[in-house]
Design a protein around this ligand. Structure first.
Ligand code: MTE
Ligand code: MO
Length: 504
């Protein structure tokens, strides 16, 4: 007896593969549709955003602590793997009977659409990419069921190759659309040149950077600058329609366009930024030259209520930070930045505008894709990370790090070097301890302000064998970095950076 309906002629392996390929191409199609209309609504971005938003804080912290900035790619890889598994399941279900298979695909598409609809700033069109992806997956499995499986193995192979090829093309097109398409933040950014500042940064001169192998540059290139945020796909902010609203406890609400910002006095400053999640010895800290306008001057135009002790800043994707108003108005160089190291602010670092406030961890001060500044009180509102149990206020702890040498250094005179930071208090001394020896002073590179990290170095005599190196800094107020160990949560890690190296 021959099987009357075609579907079961292909084996389970082929059906699972067809399901996986349908899911993969559907993701690419969703990515393309999103790139053309609403980038952050691609099924993968939307689902990732929801997973991040719904993750228990402990899980997020564990992920950042374990994977650092690789946490996002790993999360996305996990979600892709899960979606492909669903795809395989849809294929296997469809093999037995199309309707339940179709229902499974529809359920997945609906989940993606629902995820995108929960994003604060996307609107109803956010559902479209996931629905398009679902339609594609259903269509391709239907094609496979009715045509692909009915013929020879060669036909089946051709089906798989053609579908996978379409998926790859859609993915490539989506990348191109994001980069060059209408309303692309990258295209806006390319068209912008950071104007010459009215108030250039005080240049610390060549003495700011020590020439030691293994020590990074004093000013971090944009491409190497650490990135931490909750956005899987950076918000695509159109500069022409971008507005910055100042509201809350103010005499007059105010709105600024990007051109309004550029028409103000432009200030350039070297400021080191760091993340509260940076473990001792970690690299979630970098230094850049920012160009922007004075946050305090801009806020003053709205006539803020002196009792508003918290400045809540909001980004286009709904993330919030709360900064002590006192810090904004105490004379420090708090900036609304549009330029980073002479380049337009990179999209991942907040294009078209972000906050940079020296001396505070990023989660209370460094809002990227800035759209709103609200004068309020600490009593009346808890921003994003405060809702998740992190501390306030958040001045950066004095910290120091050993960057070189590593194990394998040759015995004899060995150069030990690294960086130290205590933004807005400055660094006045760095000391090194070798094994059980005394703390001995290191040479400090030049600094023009207290808002940047300082490189340090010293030469020590090391015989072959294992050695323990420890570093500690003293801030500009004369306070020595504490040896007491604290975890990153809730207010930033403390303790000394120790390394054990083997000298040969
Ligand atoms: N919109 C937005 N801004 C944000 C964040 C975020 O998640 N969303 N993260 C903050 C945190 S925790 C840090 S440490 C800094 C990091 O800035 P960078 O990515 O430019 O290094 O951005 C801050 N600004
Ligand atoms: Mo952070």
């Amino acid at each position: 007896m021959t099987e009357p309906s075609a579907p079961n002629q292909a084996g389970t392996r082929a059906w699972a593969l067809a399901g996986i390929i349908a899911a993969l191409t559907a993701l690419a199609v969703g990515h393309l549709v999103a790139a053309l209309f609403v980038p952050r609504a691609s099924p993968l971005s939307a689902i990732s955003d929801v997973v991040i938003a719904a993750s228990p804080p402990d899980a997020t912290e564990w992920a950042i602590a374990t994977f650092g900035t690789a946490d996002k790619p790993l999360l996305q890889a996990g979600i892709v793997a899960a979606l492909l598994a669903f795809g395989a399941a849809a294929g296997l279900v469809w093999r037995r009977s199309p309707w339940p298979g179709l229902a499974l695909v529809a359920l997945l598409a609906a989940a993606g659409a629902a995820a995108a609809l929960t994003r604060p700033d996307l609107g109803a069109t956010a559902a479209v990419p996931s629905l398009a992806a679902g339609a594609w997956a259903a269509g391709s499995l239907h094609w496979w069921a009715t045509r692909g499986t009915a013929r020879t193995a060669t036909d089946r192979r051709r089906f798989l190759i053609v579908t996978a090829g379409i998926g790859a093309a859609a993915f490539a097109a989506s990348l191109a659309a994001r980069r060059f398409g209408p309303g692309s933040a990258e295209a806006d950014r390319d068209a912008f040149t950071v104007p010459e500042p009215d108030l250039p940064a005080a240049d610390p001169g060549p003495g700011a950077e020590l020439d030691v192998e293994g020590l990074g540059p004093w000013r971090t290139p944009n491409a190497d600058f650490y990135r931490i945020d909750t956005a899987i796909t950076p918000p695509n902010v159109e500069v022409d329609t971008w507005r910055l609203l100042v509201k809350g406890r103010v005499g007059t609400e105010r709105t600024y366009t990007f051109d309004d910002l550029l028409g103000r006095e432009l200030i350039e400053r070297d400021i080191t930024l760091c993340c509260v999640s940076n473990p001792i010895g970690g690299d979630l800290v970098d230094n850049a030259r920012w160009t922007g306008v004075s946050l305090a001057d801009l806020l003053a135009e709205a006539d803020p209520d002196p009792h508003a002790d918290q400045l809540v800043s909001r980004s286009s994707d709904g993330w919030t930070a709360g900064t002590p108003t006192a810090a904004v108005f105490d004379g420090r160089d708090a900036l609304i930045a549009v330029g980073m190291n002479g380049q337009p602010l990179p999209v991942e670092h907040g294009w078209p505008a972000r906050l940079v406030i020296p001396g505070l961890y990023g989660y209370v001060s460094a809002t990227k894709w800035l759209t709103e500044l609200e004068l309020t009180t600490f009593d009346s509102y808890d921003p994003y990370w405060i809702q998740r149990g992190w501390g306030l206020p958040a001045p950066v702890h004095t910290a120091s790090r050993i960057d070189t040498p590593h194990s394998g250094a040759a015995a004899g005179t060995v150069t030990v070097a690294g960086v130290a930071w205590a933004q807005h208090r400055g660094i006045s001394a760095v000391e090194l301890r070798v094994d059980d020896g005394e703390w001995t002073p290191c040479d400090l590179a030049d600094a023009a302000t207290d808002d940047t990290w300082r490189q340090w170095r010293t030469d020590v005599e090391l015989g072959s064998g294992e050695h323990d190196l420890a570093v500690r800094a003293t801030d500009g107020d004369g306070t020595v970095q504490t040896e007491e160990r604290a975890p990153v949560k809730p207010s930033g890690a403390t303790g000394l950076h120790n390394v054990t190296i083997t000298v040969t």
